[in-house]
Design a protein around this ligand. Sequence first.
Ligand code: SF4
Length: 588
Amino acid sequence: MGKDPISNILYIDLNRKRFWVEDRSDIFEEYLGGVGAATKILEEELPRNADPLGPENVIVLAVGPGTGMYPMSSKTVAVFKSPLTGNWGESHVGGRSAIAIRMSGCGAIVIKGASKIPVYLSIINGKVYFKDASALWGMRSTVTVGRVIREAEPGAGIRTIMRIGIAGERLVRYASVVTETYRHFGRLGLGAVFGSKKLKAILIMGKRTIPVINKRKYREVYDEIYNLVVKSGKTKKYYELGTPVNVLPLNKIKALPTRNLRQSWFEEAEKLSGEYIAETRLGRRVACSHCPVACIHLATIRERYPTEKYFYKTIFVSYDYEPIYSLGSMLGISDTDGVLRLMDAVDVVGLDAMSTGVILAWATEALQKGIIGLNDTIVKLSFGDWKNYIEAVNLIVEQPNEFYKALAMGVDYASRTYGGEDFALSFGGNEMPGYHTGPGAHLTHLTGARHSHLDSAGYSLDQKLLGKELPPPEELMDSLMKEEAWRQILTSFTICLFGRGVYTPETVSKALEPLGFELSPEDLKNLGWKIYAKKFKIKIREGFNVSKLRIPRRIFETPSPHGKLSEEYIERALKYFEKRLMEITSSF
Ligand code: SF4
């Protein structure tokens, strides 16, 4: 295989303000890149039982061989120990991040240690400049941080700027990292890990080239994939309405979690639908680099300056299905502008939208039930009241009392402290994604490495099974595990998962060939299992135990499109998962 700078790993030590590059072709040849490479690197670098907010935690950012080469290969993978779950942390982001990392001359960046003073990193063509970020520390808004760095640094149009807001600084366990304003490393608290390292931002840019082993073949495969992406209709729904296209269909089948999942349909879902927001508020679409789909939809809201009668500013808010669920239906908000303003408030301070919505929904129900009082919540939380939810978002960041300190730790922690665990929608310590479609979704949330709907997409399987008898739990579990193993390849090649319909095992195998990899579809599937096994070995090493998984009772109380879920079915599936996991982790 030709020498590709993707095999370089850039190591950065924040303790000593040093950096160095190592050629790790061994890792990139064995694990492709992305998740595969990052998992191997984390295994090497993360000490057992490391404190997620201690200097011993490690952040790995990785891209893959598809980055910059094929359409929709636009994602950067971050792997770290999560301060939210105390276990496997993984989050993916688009924007310009992936191409900027690859063009800077490496395939992965490893950030170790912690700085004593606030810093931001400027990584230009593989060189790292440690910049004093004291003036940025304390800055609430992720938008303002981005704006200041944009003025001070080079690389307009080709750089990525990853940064945290005040939530990351205050170590809210589900703080996000924002990149290019509209994309996020949302899940599992990477923002708090940045905050614990006094790392306010990272700017990356470069102008390297990517070698292609077989240019003619590359052109041929590229055209084939490009045509599939833009002409086959497989990505059309993401372009037209974006992920909010899911609101109405999920509501129709009664799978849209509403008011803390006390019901699974929202009577005013229409006002939160992709169709309605596009018709009334869509300002523009944007795309991650190298993606012709452009699924990112930005709504506009107008805000009048408080002291001037005819002066307005226009705010762009990136909206997706997940924040619409978590900050809309889950909180019973039907006011479209209200939901968008709440999304904006969450984004500005740098919080994960899904976790924030689920936590506020739990707090609202806990207040209604008298488990907590107004002296705890300070503002009256009630479903539908978006203005008070905005105040609560700010209180989560400020943490003025014990209750908000607990909320800043996540719903699992808060409910263990105050009670109300039955309706705290946490799975493996992570707050629930927006799918109450059936057993497949909740098994994905329980058994996926990230406890994310994207791990094995049980929500999709549930919908395919509608109107049919459910398969035995073991069979369903097998399908989910197989899907998760395959997704390790997509995220190692670093394909956006919205492109999964295009990037079949045959297509990925073909796409890798001109880049110097000879891997058949079967080889790729085996490699997927190998990465899956390695990930779970780390997860088990750090304390993951299937038999200790807590299942919120609420999911059994509220009917799904498959009716009320059977506890026995879920338990049987989990037992089988535990057994299979043992087999898989011991065979690699
Ligand atoms: S489909 Fe959307 S999220 Fe995925 S790479 Fe394209 S623009 Fe980014």
